[in-house]
Design a protein. Structure first.
Length: 123
């Protein structure tokens, strides 16, 4: 299984790097990159369905339901049975789309943040 990054994911990594370097914590960014390269990508290459299904969470608002419908429609454009999954790291959450042939890393956030958009329109 091939794992690839979206432009949106790469921009978020850049933002995380900028923030951690400004906070004088470049080692935290290096550790995150190491975890992504050494653990996350190899795990997803071998076990792409390992993450929890993101859209099976309880939807507690109309806005969340509308966003979920949008995401499901976007996923169907990739492949009819594409799934949105969540991979939990020590301090970050990664959203990824899993199709029969590919894994796309879509977004990354610190566990204390919520996902503002689960399907970026420009990446």
């Amino acid at each position: 299984m091939k794992v690839d990054l979206t432009d949106h994911f790469e921009r978020q990594l850049d933002d995380i790097e900028h923030y951690l370097r400004a906070e004088s914590a470049p080692q935290a960014f290096d550790a995150l990159l190491g975890e992504l390269i050494d653990t996350v990508v190899p795990n997803l290459e071998r076990f792409p369905g390992m993450g929890q299904l993101f859209l099976q969470r309880p939807l507690l608002s109309v806005e969340a339901r509308v966003a979920a419908e949008h995401v499901q429609a976007q996923l169907r454009t990739l492949e009819p049975d594409a799934q949105l999954r969540e991979y939990i790291l020590r301090s970050h959450l990664v959203l990824y789309a899993h199709t029969g042939r590919m894994v796309w890393l879509l977004a990354i956030r610190h566990q204390r943040q919520h996902f503002d958009t689960v399907w970026p329109s420009n990446g």
